[in-house]
Design a protein around this ligand. Structure first.
Ligand SMILES: *[C@@H]1O[C@H](CO)[C@@H](O)[C@H](O)[C@H]1NC(C)=O
Ligand SMILES: *[C@@H]1O[C@H](CO)[C@@H](O)[C@H](O)[C@H]1NC(C)=O
Ligand SMILES: *[C@@H]1O[C@H](CO)[C@@H](O)[C@H](O)[C@H]1NC(C)=O
Ligand SMILES: *[C@@H]1O[C@H](CO)[C@@H](O)[C@H](O)[C@H]1NC(C)=O
Length: 438
């Protein structure tokens, strides 16, 4: 290793110590990072996809029959299938590269996404964003991508399984250069992975994804994509493709999500329901900046959900289903009293709001007092899936909300999401227009 990279490594270690210190003691820093993270991911994913994107997503997932590659026998969940042969060529090339080299440690150096313990890595949204970022970096630098996620509760392979990339292969290299890039959108390694120390195995902490639009401007990524005919980010988000190339739910999460739906009293089989995620940031057991302004904002969430509900019902009626009922609402929140309040409003109207009463608000990185950490974490993953499966979502400014809305192509592309405070008639119409028929 060169003097320069040794020096860098030390600086990064120092930086990490400082950041952990700030995280522990400095509220301002937490606010800053959270705002940056929320704002960024929100920008990436909140727009309703255009019709052309929907059509293309559909062919992407329905092309499964054309597959020539042997699949693991349980490689699908839900009715849409993701096929390896339908991946865009830039991703297919990396999948093939990974398969060629993952079993032979000497043949290509490793880039390992790393979370040392259940602190300082951010929430599920932050972590999954960082994982996708490091996958992209591996792709550009021809390295074998691996995930090393230490949790105090559930380990990652309890909730997510590899889909086309064996990111869980072991053993991990014993000789790794340790680098740190958390909370740093300007990080040189992230922006230009070609600056990573060459020909060594690297362990990298990263908890954010540079936007699709940013990656598309960075020469290193652009050069890679151009080798495979380019990438059109408005057609199909590289983030989504990368995520679902890496992951599929384990049966544990699938079952647990169903259990939460059952416990909430959502009608089964739930054909259509609206997911609402109210992250208030206030009144929770972990340090979290307030995100929305109290009761008035809560009312906005509620009104938005109701507008969506009625618009979805009307759409079905317009399509000839005159008996169509109002879709129910599944409510997730970090405040139990927010659920009670919305339920109280709803009981004066249609009484369609459902939630799990005894669900403990929990954050994988920050909560410390859970009765049972594994159980609490499983609830978080389960609720993420329940939101992902909703026909339409009302979202907060949080990475969790954002993941739920930006990753929705796995089950079906014909779904919508609206931000709670950008929920006027026009936005509702646009959102409902992309939803597949009743
Ligand atoms: C990132 O770099 C840009 C310009 O190079 C600068 O304006 C911005 O403040 C930097 N952001 C952070 C978080 O350091
Ligand atoms: C990318 O896709 C969008 C949406 O289909 C389309 O309007 C646009 O022309 C495409 N851009 C390029 C460069 O192909
Ligand atoms: C959910 O309820 C259905 C019946 O409505 C039942 O068949 C299923 O086993 C339940 N699943 C879980 C995980 O509780
Ligand atoms: C914690 O929750 C998990 C998952 O629900 C369960 O398997 C385990 O038995 C629980 N442990 C305790 C000590 O209750």
């Amino acid at each position: 290793m060169s003097n320069r990279s040794a020096c860098w490594t030390q600086l990064l270690v120092l930086r990490r110590v400082l950041m952990n210190w700030r995280r522990r003691y400095g509220y301002q820093f937490v606010v800053y990072a959270a705002i940056l993270g929320m704002a960024s991911i929100y920008v990436v994913s909140m727009e309703a996809p255009p019709e052309s994107e929907i059509a293309s997503q559909e062919s992407f997932f329905l092309a499964a029959k054309a597959t020539k590659v042997a699949m693991p026998k349980d490689w699908t969940h839900g009715k849409y299938q993701l096929s390896e042969s339908a991946l865009p060529s830039w991703m297919k090339a990396y999948v093939a590269f990974h398969q060629r080299h993952v079993q032979t440690p000497a043949s290509a150096s490793r880039l390992v996404w790393h979370c040392p313990e259940n602190r300082g890595c951010g929430g599920i949204g932050d972590r999954l964003s960082g994982i996708v970022q490091v996958l992209m970096m591996s792709m550009v630098t021809k390295r074998v991508f691996l995930v090393d996620w230490h949790g105090s509760g559930l380990s990652i392979n309890k909730v997510l399984r590899p889909r086309f990339i064996a990111w869980d292969s072991i053993p991990l290299p014993s000789d790794m250069v340790k680098l740190y890039a958390n909370d740093d959108r300007n990080n040189t390694y992230l922006r230009d992975p070609r600056t990573l120390p060459q020909k060594v195995n690297i362990q990298l902490q990263a908890n954010l994804y540079l936007y699709d639009a940013v990656l598309k401007r960075e020469p290193a990524y652009l050069a890679y994509w151009n080798r495979y005919g380019g990438v059109n980010i408005s057609l199909l988000s590289p983030f989504k493709i990368a995520f679902w190339t890496l992951f599929q739910w384990t049966d544990l999460v699938v079952r647990h999500a169903q259990g939460l739906r059952n416990a909430s009293g959502l009608a089964e089989p739930a054909q259509r329901y609206i997911g609402v995620h109210v992250r208030t940031g206030s009144g929770v057991s972990w340090t979290d900046p307030p995100r929305h302004a109290g009761l008035p904002a809560l009312r906005q969430f509620y009104d938005c959900a109701r507008r969506l509900q009625h618009a979805l019902q009307q759409k079905c009626i317009n399509e000839g289903d005159s008996t169509s009922s109002l879709p129910e609402i599944y409510l997730a929140s970090d405040r139990v009293d927010a659920k009670f309040q919305m339920k109280a409003w709803d009981s004066e109207n249609d009484n369609t709001i459902k939630y799990v009463t005894n669900l403990e608000p929990f954050h994988v990185d920050k909560s410390r007092n859970a009765m049972n950490t594994s159980a609490a974490e499983l609830d978080v993953w389960g609720e993420l899936k329940v939101l992902l499966d909703a026909t339409c979502l009302v979202t907060s400014r949080s990475q969790f909300s954002t993941l739920a809305s930006s990753l929705r192509m796995d089950q079906t592309p014909h779904r919508c999401a609206v931000m709670f405070d950008q929920c006027d008639i026009e936005q509702i119409e646009q959102a409902v227009a992309v939803v597949s028929s009743c």
